[in-house]
Design a protein around this ligand. Structure first.
Ligand code: HEM
Length: 435
């Protein structure tokens, strides 16, 4: 296809464009884009080759200067020995036992947040899903990282996130070049916001010094890797920002899509409600309760299939190599579109249909392990995958126990390929109390 046409399609409907290519050309396709080519890898075998077998030939694509400015050298963007140390140091906080210990306070935090919904339900008011769920996800993420210290900083952090969203480029610059002046203004705005952000995070790190509170910061501080200096405050700041953003934005996005899908599929919603009504009564949920929610687990998985918050994985070839019969030049960008791969009809019949049954034990058993990758795979897979499932089940189940959400927004909602895959417009829901 012509370079110009590919550029236009990538700009206006990237995920649909990549899906068409993945379905039509299969394993790997070379797309002329910008001044070079983008290599799209789509089938499970080749994705495994890229992410696991040939992983040493590729590094993560860290060319996005904006992301670098925001996250610094944290776990998401670091490479080599720096990454390895960070991953080992962070891992204990993400083990099942450690996560289970957080369930009681997380569950209370969700319940407190939903108390505000009860007032709205009494007034038959509607909510904007995104702003409601982002506050909740940010609070959970902040408290996991900093413990109670976060409460004192929460409002200013929420405010800074709003400023950050305003200065964030909506699409990569090569696809929509803004005027030089506009670019400079946005960059200055972003730098100012991030300076303020760093100051808040450094202040929280400083305030937590000497505290024994069980939070991720304490675990990271305790890391004494052999032969390594203790982390500096600036390194801790990068790591905490990375975990904060990686943790809250994906959770928020996945919750918006899940509630949207549930509101549009009353039969699924009804079956889910039956499941939560079988739980022992109470205002909050325990870690054991989460195990008793297999259908919610299926609902969440199917929502992540259709609307994977991270819609694509991008890698850069460190040397010339071969992939699926193609010669990949050194420096080329190789992409996996999770949006496209999760719609390949040979693995997902009627791919656009929302059907949690796809994730029943019977249907999942025969599926290729790399056909479904919302949390990626290989050594750079999502460290927070289990945490994400815990948070999702807590939020979905606690909403379902207390409320029914009715879709108010009538206009079509489409996915938009930003840093995460947000809906194209605000989604408003009317809240009805079930009791
Ligand atoms: C529904 C929720 C989530 C989804 C769909 C998700 C998805 C992903 C994906 C696809 C990657 C790989 C990115 C790449 O290779 O380019 C990733 C990496 C990562 N995620 Fe998540 N994530 C979620 C929640 C979380 C949470 C709750 C945390 C932690 C607080 C987290 C922390 C991270 C980190 C630190 C990495 C980088 C890991 C590394 O490179 O070693 N994520 N996530």
């Amino acid at each position: 296809m012509h370079r110009f046409a590919c550029g236009l399609l990538m700009r206006h409907a990237p995920m649909q464009f990549l899906t068409r290519i993945a379905v039509r050309y299969g394993g790997i396709a070379r797309i002329p884009l910008g001044r070079g080519f983008l290599y799209l890898v789509s089938t499970p075998d080749l994705i495994k080759t890229l992410l696991v077998d040939h992983r040493a030939c590729f590094m993560k694509n860290t060319r996005y200067a904006v992301l670098q400015r925001v996250l610094g050298q944290g776990l998401l963007l670091s490479e080599g020995d720096v990454w390895r140390r960070q991953r080992v140091a962070a891992q204990p906080s993400f083990k099942p036992g450690a996560l289970e210990r957080n369930v009681p306070w997380m569950s209370s935090m969700v319940a407190d947040h939903l108390d505000r919904w009860a007032e709205r339900a009494a007034r038959r008011a509607s909510i904007d899903l995104s702003s409601e769920l982002s506050r909740l996800a940010q609070s959970l993420s902040g408290h996991l990282l900093f413990g109670s210290v976060f409460s004192r900083y929460a409002d200013s952090v929420f405010g800074l996130i709003e400023s950050l969203e305003k200065s964030w480029p909506k699409v990569p610059r090569f696809l929509r070049p803004a005027s030089r002046q506009r670019q400079a203004e946005k960059a200055a705005q972003l730098a100012q916001t991030m300076d303020a952000f760093d100051a808040k995070f450094l202040a929280m790190i400083d305030e937590s010094q000497g505290s024994e509170a069980a939070c991720m910061l304490t675990t990271l501080r305790a890391d004494r890797a052999p032969g390594c200096e203790p982390y500096t405050d600036s390194q801790l700041c990068d790591q905490m920002k990375t975990l904060f953003f990686a943790g809250y934005e994906t959770t928020e996005t996945s919750m918006i899509w899940t509630q949207y899908l549930l509101a549009r599929h009353p039969a699924v919603s009804a079956r889910m409600t039956e499941e939560v009504d079988r739980l022992p009564p109470g205002r909050t949920l325990s870690a054991d309760d989460l195990d008793a929610l297999p259908y919610i687990d299926q609902v969440f998985k199917e929502s992540l299939r259709l609307y994977s918050p991270i819609h694509s994985l991008s890698r850069v070839a460190l040397e010339e190599c071969e992939l699926g019969g193609y010669r990949i030049p050194k420096g080329a960008t190789v992409m996996v579109s999770l949006y496209a791969s999760h719609r390949l009809p040979q693995y997902w019949p009627e791919p656009e249909r929302f059907d949690p049954e796809r994730f029943s034990a019977a249907q999942s058993a025969a599926r290729h392990r790399f056909a479904y990758l919302p949390f990626a795979a290989g050594h750079r897979n999502c460290i927070g995958a289990l945490l994400a499932v815990f948070e999702a089940k807590l939020i979905i189940a606690q909403i379902a126990r207390r409320f029914r959400l009715r879709l108010v927004t009538r206009a079509p909602v489409k996915p938009r390929a930003g840093t995460t895959m947000h809906p194209s417009r605000e989604i408003h829901m009317r809240i009805e109390s079930r009791t």
